[in-house]
Design a protein around this ligand. Structure first.
Ligand SMILES: *Cc1c(COP(=O)(O)O)cnc(C)c1O
Length: 432
């Protein structure tokens, strides 16, 4: 007798999600979910499986696994096959990522952009129209406008804070142009922090495009608030996309992406990933497993730190305004969306200093702890200047429309001591 499990029987992996009637929280599940030490010599932690291919026990197994991989039989891969399709580290990562939004499935990608690009390639065909919120992450705008544009796909957008009636009008115009195949959102918008009303988008889709089987999925980039402070699947989104490079990776030491949703909506995206090879590698997947063990701790601390820093900055005489989700005007439409969609204000915000580029640059050049770099969601605090950096190529009129002014500094707060961060901003503002 042996109690060694059959490695091809993946049901033996530890996937219990409750104790009695108590459903376990994602923060608890990050330590062991989806990994059975008995499959790896008793190792407490999952090894990094550096292999490009997997041995089948029987030819019939290989056939069955390939049927799942290629979609001949629904339900996905039953076994490990080849590194472009799956691997133990990636599968454990996907099982754990799905838990934060209580989703059926997740897919891991080599970057946030490869998650976004693979999703679009899986869903659009020539002549289709994409409806999206605006503004979007610059590379996503390039992908939709210039790359999918070359393939005969067009787009129509609505501003991030739009009402249901405004969204319906854009959807109706899109429907008149062609088949609407994707509704793509990004919330909050960067750097304006305007929130998209996902519930209104969901209602607008039903009102304009009906409620049939062929409805375009609502796909949302939840990088800025997810997965802790916003879970858009609960408001009617079908796919949530993450740049795992940011809060989920959380240490500014890896690049990766993810998609979360139902098995049905993720299946074509998985097939596309299998074809073009945009899956993340085993080592990065392992780093993400480690990162996710502290995800809630890190994001909670960063959120608390940001609240302290923003409270200090708001009252500072050299600061005109702080664009932070914690400071939405009570009774405003944005505050209403926030109350329905978010459980925290995040740790990424804008500081609008009094003056122009010179004053903003002086603040940036005098920060000692806070590093001058783009990106967000790491353990360390970062600051940058969108007008001169991430949004440099945006035409002046569009910049003005989006509120990307020369005196705007973008900040991502990390997990340092909050009072040390306040001291850093205090001394740097003296130089402004
Ligand atoms: C960083 C980022 C991306 C792109 O992610 P990569 O991992 O750099 O490819 C997409 N969307 C948002 C909102 C981001 O911040």
């Amino acid at each position: 007798m042996t109690d060694k499990p059959d490695p091809s029987d993946r049901s033996v992996r530890h996937k219990a999600v409750s104790i009695g009637n108590r459903r376990l929280k994602p923060a608890t599940m990050m330590m062991g979910h989806g990994y059975d030490p008995r499959l790896s010599e008793g190792a407490l932690k999952p090894p990094i499986f550096l292999t490009s291919t997997y041995v089948f026990e029987k030819a019939a197994d290989g056939k069955r696994f390939f049927e799942g991989i290629t979609g001949v039989r629904p339900g996905g891969a039953e076994g490990l096959v080849y590194g472009r399709f799956n691997g133990p580290d990636q599968e454990i990562l996907e099982d754990r990522l799905a838990l934060w939004e209580n989703a059926e499935e997740a897919l891991a990608f080599s970057s946030g952009m490869s998650a976004i690009a693979t999703t679009f390639l899986a869903l659009v065909r020539p002549g289709d129209v994409i409806v999206h919120s605006a503004p979007l992450y610059a590379a996503t705008e390039t992908l939709i406008g210039r790359i999918l544009g070359k393939l005969g796909v067009t787009w129509l957008d609505f501003p991030a804070g739009a009402t249901q009636a405004e969204i319906e009008a854009v959807m109706a115009a899109a429907k008149a142009k062609g088949r609407v195949s994707v509704i793509y959102l990004e919330s909050p918008a960067n750097p304006t922090n305007a929130l998209v009303d996902v519930e209104a988008v969901h209602a607008a889709r039903a009102a304009v495009l009906g409620d049939g089987e062929e409805l375009p999925p609502i796909v949302i980039d939840n990088t800025f608030l997810g997965p802790l402070w916003a879970q858009p699947l609960a408001q009617g989104a079908d796919v949530t996309i993450y740049s795992l490079t940011k809060y989920v990776g959380g240490h500014s030491d890896l690049v990766a992406g993810g998609c979360v949703g139902s098995e049905k909506v993720l299946t074509p995206i998985r097939m596309m990933r299998n074809t073009i090879g945009t899956i993340t590698d085993p080592h990065t997947a392992w780093m993400l497993l480690r990162s996710m063990e502290t995800l809630e701790l890190r994001m909670t601390r960063a959120g608390e730190n940001a609240a302290t820093v923003c409270a200090f900055l708001r009252d500072h005489p050299k600061v005109e305004r702080v664009g932070y989700l914690g400071f939405l005007e009570p009774g405003s439409r944005q505050a209403d969306i926030y109350a329905r969609h978010c459980s925290g204000a995040g740790s990424t915000f804008s500081v609008i200093v009094k003056g122009g580029e010179a004053e903003a640059f002086r603040l940036l050049d005098h920060l000692l702890l806070v590093k001058l770099a783009v990106s967000l969601g790491g353990t360390e605090s970062l600051a940058s200047h969108p007008a001169a950096m991430t949004h440099l190529s945006v035409p002046p009129a569009r910049k003005a429309e989006l509120g990307i002014t020369d005196n705007l500094v973008r900040v991502s707060i990390g997990v340092e001591d909050a009072d040390d961060l306040v001291a850093d901003f205090e001394q740097a503002l003296l130089a402004v």
